[in-house]
Design a protein around this ligand. Structure first.
Ligand SMILES: [Zn+2]
Length: 166
């Protein structure tokens, strides 16, 4: 049985009670978190429950056109008032470069591709978080009233460290 089949079985069991049914699309704690897809990061790490926050994830926890899209919907349509950007130590995107990643995948696949335009590989994690904050703070559709803060999650000790960008 594939993992997806196992998930379908688990969903059958979940649906008997469907305990998350009372939740609405609006995050209860008016928080949006942009972070990496890394397996070691979870709402548990942040003391959050399902329904508390929007969790927007991509490789690296990068402010891309698409994560901005999600954050705009989160604030303007669904009422979030604080944005948290979290990168983490030992991120896959830190162990490579833009060109290396592109070459590796191209060699495995035996063909070139025009998309994605960027993988957003990075070397300095503090700098990378600051860069993401800057992209959000300068966006004309994100009002000053939205609190935007950035962090590095240390996968070895489980702690968040805040990155100040001013
Ligand atoms: Zn990562």
């Amino acid at each position: 049985m594939s993992v997806i089949d196992e998930v379908l079985q688990a969903n059958e069991i979940y649906a008997r009670t469907h305990e998350l049914r009372p939740l609405t699309p609006r995050p209860l704690r008016k928080l949006a978190v942009l972070t990496c897809m890394d397996t070691r990061l979870s709402i548990r790490t942040l003391g959050l429950k399902t329904g508390d926050a929007h969790i927007i994830r991509n490789a690296g926890g990068i402010v891309t056109d698409d994560s901005i899209r999600s954050l705009l919907v989160s604030h303007h349509l669904l009422g979030t008032e604080e944005f948290m950007v979290i990168n983490h130590t030992d991120c896959g995107l830190m162990q490579t470069s833009e060109q290396d990643l592109r070459t590796r995948i191209q060699n495995r696949s035996g063909t070139a591709a025009i998309s994605p335009a960027f993988f957003y590989a990075f070397q300095n994690i503090d700098e990378n978080v600051r860069h993401q904050l800057q992209k959000l703070r300068t966006h004309p559709w994100i009002p000053q009233s939205v609190a935007i803060r950035g962090f590095v999650y240390d996968v070895s000790n489980g702690r968040l460290r805040e990155i100040k960008d001013f």
